[in-house]
Design a protein around this ligand. Sequence first.
Ligand SMILES: C[S@@+](CC[C@H](N)C(=O)[O-])C[C@H]1O[C@@H](n2cnc3c(N)ncnc32)[C@H](O)[C@@H]1O
Length: 464
Amino acid sequence: MTDRLAALSELARLIETASGIVVPAGHLSFLGDAAGQRAAATGCSDLVAYVQALAAGRLPGEWAALLPHVTIKESYCFRTPQHFVRLAEVVLPRLLGRTGASRRLRVWSAGCARGEEPATLAITLAEAPALAAWDWLVIGTDIDQHALGVARSGLFSGRAVAQVPPPLLERYFARRGSAFELTPSLRRRLEHHAVNLVAEPLYVPHQPFDVIFLRNVLIYFRAELQRRVVAGVTRALAPDGVLFVGPSETLWQLSEELEPEDLGDCFCYRKRKPTAHGYAPSSTRTLPAVRGAQAGTIRHATPSPERREASERRRPLPDAPAPAPSQPPLGTRERVEVAARLLAANQVEAAGATLDEVLRDDPTNAPAHVLEGLLHDLGRRPERAIASYRAALYLAPELFQARLLLAQALRRSGNAQRATGEYRQVLSSLADGRAREVEELAAIPLPDRDAAAEQARRGLQSHH
Ligand SMILES: C[S@@+](CC[C@H](N)C(=O)[O-])C[C@H]1O[C@@H](n2cnc3c(N)ncnc32)[C@H](O)[C@@H]1O
């Protein structure tokens, strides 16, 4: 291994320790460019000297300058709009009933990027007539100081406000050249603070919170860290509070303390009531994903009885890839390909184990999430399959086969309307040239472009 590559791997490790963010091996060259710039800016002779100085704590303030290069700040106002609709229609009325005496509400947007989510929360609260005389505050936090600076400015790009309904855009934003400025009456209700979610103990000003949005942040962390961050965030949640995560994220198996609540077109999490024997079992309003819990999951460290049984029943085909201990370690892409070949050869258990390792090393590998979805589909865990396909599409929206699989899984689980939306997107992405195949899964007979278009059209027809 060259000095440069070793230094980059060490830098990736330091970044993960400091922030939880996994830098996949395939992104090391990109990290090298950013680190090269930072080495020059800090007067280090080269990348190796920079990483050594960072590791030794000889570059005060450098983390604040480096992290903006590695954080993914994709966000916009009213992203996943159903969360804000259900917050206003279901969650707030209930909370107001309970916290009525204090007339005080605290909301936290954890991992708030450039302030798009806290601004949307503030608009949602400002639009609730029952909150008019209340003392309410939205706290946006992020690890990225640069993003927080933008959030504090109250200025948003045209893209960031493109999904704001026109009457709300008119009411809460003023045009400033090509940007949009949030009105001062809302900015007074917003605070932004630097908070690293992996810090222990986790402390956030104004806690405990009645509502927490922790959306599209966990997906970049490894499972062990997700568990720890969720535990910290749960401690900051008021006893009656609710937590929202991103649509491709699930707290299934990450927290015993939280119970999903089905809100119709989305869900949130509430704290379970502790009992003398630990936590109370789920109420009858659990998510389908939780109902499938007995079926096991490929993320189990030890195979579920179901998977053990399935793998024992299936005889491996003679051409299944054999382990090759003397070969150099495989890269992520190759390991996903091996997992796909194992699945194609009916070695479900081995495919799941390989995939577990891949996702442990790179939780943001979209093809691995597609394969994870296929394994869940095979194991008849439709809600888990849907979550996996959604995770894949969150990371790589152009994977048309993943979208087709999502549409089919949605239709099988009775969500005809959402399936229709996904079928339409399959067709539009194929038509406008954005669509891309999941090349890593070539061993599995997934539909090609023509077949996918045909299946999507049939899916749409069967709905009408
Ligand atoms: C994709 S954005 C999500 C923004 C917003 N929540 C949404 O869903 O639109 C992820 C954000 O998490 C932040 N983040 C990543 N690691 C973090 C950590 N350890 N502590 C706090 N924020 C973190 C990133 O800086 C980034 O702004």
